[in-house]
Design a protein around this ligand. Structure first.
Ligand code: NAD
Ligand code: ZN
Length: 377
């Protein structure tokens, strides 16, 4: 079958790879109908991780069940499903408590598993014609048959739940104000979640015009940090009042206002300045622990400096980590079905697998309006 394979920094190619097989009675094989490119793929694509050549990318996958292992009881051939990016066993203590991103079973030595991701276990990605789904009764969410809401449902694999989770991690309550740093797919989904959940004011910080425009269209106040300091702009708009909650949807690849100089601590510093005393910070943006294969930098080794004393003085709480997609995807699916959420406003491109190399390049450079790319193998 054909798949998107990582070659070397800034290069992926479409190659023939072996079609996945059932390896365990709890597996299913899914024929992929939609698979998305994620900002998280860019960490590997840009060579900022220890990813080895030959990895099949793709952790945001949906499709039709094609083969069913004999231990699977809830799924049958022909079912339409979307898979959380997390691979989880459903049986360990963390899974039982709803923290499927921290499954202790699927990827010993690391916190949690994922498809197509360096250090997140032996699970090839779904930017391919087929994907093997382990512990399938737990890891596949059934969808209504047909093709309706394909774009919306595809976003249930990661970014819609992850945006929602970012807001949740900040301790947000209806009526509060919130600022989201990053208007990439995750930041836009966090902003959209805050709106659905009744935020009084949502500020979204980025420097890419098309992304800020999308934030504006859903009712947020866009803040362009290439113009001047984002915190100064927000405080000025609010007569000096800080906001209640903040979300970091950027992570350690943050840049300063010119878009070029890497400044991995800028978003944390800004959040600590702009959020009110006793407020909360949700951090879905990725910060890596020590990645031995990554280029030498403090941030790649997991060291980020930020003013902890100010955070302490303000009594701020912080929530971090990968999203437990499984604990939100069912409810968010039902909001989509009920017509109460339409996250696909973030989708900019629907492409074939063959177009993936060009799409990676453009999405990575954030040019030509590439905001969220869906591939259809
Ligand atoms: P993305 O790279 O498309 O978006 C990041 C955005 O941040 C870009 O639009 C960029 O212009 C902007 N940005 C850069 N520096 C900034 C700054 N100083 N201030 C404000 N904005 C700035 O990526 P994405 O797909 O939206 O993902 C965002 C982050 O979330 C990534 O780190 C990704 O790895 C992470 N992520 C985490 C989870 C999770 O489960 N926690 C899941 C998916 C993605
Ligand atoms: Zn993702």
């Amino acid at each position: 079958m054909r798949a998107v394979v990582y070659d070397k920094p800034f290069s992926v190619t479409i190659r023939e790879v072996e079609k996945p097989k059932i390896l365990h009675p709890d597996d299913v094989i899914v024929k992929v109908t939609t698979t998305c490119i994620c900002g998280s793929d860019l960490h590997m694509y840009e060579g900022r991780t220890g990813a080895q050549a030959g990895i099949v990318f793709g952790h945001e996958n949906m499709g039709i069940v094609d083969e069913v292992g004999e231990g699977v009881t809830l799924l049958k051939k022909g079912d339409r499903v979307v898979m959380p990016f997390n691979v989880a066993c459903g049986r360990c203590l963390n899974c039982e408590e709803g923290k499927s991103a921290f499954c202790t079973h699927v990827n010993p030595g690391f916190a949690g598993g994922a498809y197509g991701y360096v250090s997140m276990g032996p699970y090839p990605g779904g930017q391919a014609e087929f994907i093997r789904v382990p512990f399938a009764d737990f890891n596949a969410l059934k969808l209504p048959p047909g093709t309706e809401h394909e774009e919306d449902f595809a976003l249930l694999a990661d970014i819609f739940p992850t945006g929602w989770h970012g807001v949740q991690l900040s301790g947000f309550k209806p009526g509060e104000s919130i600022v989201v740093f990053g208007a990439g797919p995750v930041g836009l989904m966090a902003a959209y979640s805050a709106i659905i959940r009744g935020a009084s004011e949502v500020y979204v910080v980025d420097r890419v015009p098309e992304r800020l425009q999308k934030a504006k269209e859903i009712g947020c106040t866009p803040i362009d940090f290439s113009q001047s300091d984002a915190v100064d702009q927000i405080l000025k708009l609010r007569d000096g009042r800080e906001v209640d909650r903040g979300v970091d949807a950027v992570g350690y690849q943050a840049t300063s206002g010119n878009g070029k100089t890497e400044q991995p601590n800028i978003v944390l510093e800004s959040l600590i300045r702009v959020v009110k005393p006793t407020g909360g910070l949700g951090i879905p943006g990725l910060y890596v622990p020590n990645d031995p294969g990554a280029p030498d930098s403090a941030a790649a080794k997991g060291y980020i400096s930020f003013p902890f004393g100010k955070l302490f003085e303000k009594g701020l709480s912080i929530g971090t980590g990968q999203c437990n997609v499984k604990s939100y995807n069912r409810y968010l699916r039902d909001l989509i079905i009920a017509g109460k959420a339409k996250p696909s406003f973030v989708v900019s491109h629907n492409l074939s697998l063959d177009e993936a190399p060009d799409a990676y390049d453009k999405f990575d450079r954030r040019v030509d309006g590439y905001t969220k790319v869906l591939l259809h193998p």
